[in-house]
Write a protein of this length. Sequence first.
Length: 489
Amino acid sequence: MASTLPDPHPGPRPTPLDGTTDGTTAYRDTGHTGHTGGVEAHGIDHIPDSERRGRPGELFSVWAAANVNYLSLVVGGSLVLMGLTLWQALAVIVVGNLFWLLTGLLAVPGPVAGAPSEVVTRALYGVRGNRVNNAVTGWLISVCYFALNLAAAATAAFALVDRAGLPVNTGVKAAVVVLVATVTLAISVYGHAAIVRLYLPVTLVLTAVFAAVGVVVLRHTDVGYVPERPLTGTALWATLPAGVALIASGPLSYTTSADFSRYLPRSTPARAVAGWTAFGGFVSSVLVCGLGACAATAVDMNDPESSLQPLLPGWFRPVFLLALVLGTVALNALTAYSAGLALQAVGLRIRRSLSVLVDGAVSVSLTLYALLVSDFLGTVGDVLQLTMLLLGPSTAVYATDILLRRNRYDGPALADESPAGPFWYTGGVNWSGALALGAGVAASALCVDTAYTGPVAAALGGVDLALPAGMAVASALYALLMRHVRDTA
């Protein structure tokens, strides 16, 4: 039985497509196949070959638009606030963003399986085990990221409201958060085709605005910036890996990159899928995070929205603020889309469009808390670094499975949730995947130094090796336990 429902089809019933074999029916319309009335009809069900369209190059703008945003600016600036020199911060930004290569690798099963990441991971954890995986790694973390990004967009929107002469009180702030969330969720509800069509012009607009900001910021950048008390010795070595983990939290949060490649034809080269995904995310994230680091040598990046404005011409300031909001909306639309699929993959029989709205309601509540109750910048740092305890090992297990199977995934077989299906394993759980993930998280917890200090980090004087330790342990153990897959692939 399929664990999702296709979205409703308003108006006269269209002609069914041939070749649907997964227990659901998709219909043609005048737009992208798999969508009716402009709203994507598919959820986590298998995408038949007859509905595959597009080119891998389209993935570049999807991931580029998602990373030209306020949060990337904040994270880049925070590296300098942590005590790094400008060149150390820029090096950390480049190294941390190399993890986009893994995001690209995780996108390659999409065209082969015709399924989102939330379904492909049944091969890793089993049908039932994957429901737990999607509840935590998929849904809960996605909702947290949605809330953080929404808070970032709202901060810029508050400044626009203030420039309009309106009072920025609690009621107005709540209304702004809801408005930004509504625009974001509208894109997510319309789905895959809307994202692909919108993100190329969004990328061009954001690139133009941030290029103009970059010219201004570089004029004021202190290229030889060194903090008053430069970090040395153990303090420096403790900060560098923590900074890399902070930057890597961006690409590693997208263990769901196959969600946006699954409509590509089955014959699409894996290298093209991985390359365009990684390239789009890497280039945009390096440039915007780098811009944040450069700005931190000239202004106070504890409040970048306010601090950067005096450097900009008066007429350009609202344009900049709108671009910050637009970039974060683009990022959050991807996050909400994947969170909606994760909620279906947990096992709830709920339409994809409705699941997106549920995610939005939870995220808005968390956002209001982050903005009105807690310290936003502190919340960002804690959440991003703590999620690495899980996201690093999770990414490592997923990437290892793709390599072991040589990207050979059977979409219809993955859609089979019955005990007779090939991914039921033992009682619905693949204990090899569960044990590898658990061991990776445990290794990360021993080495972390964020909200708390693990024993290994304490012994090393605060050096945080949670990310490499967790990923190495999870990958090695999974490869050992699943070596039969490599032998039979």
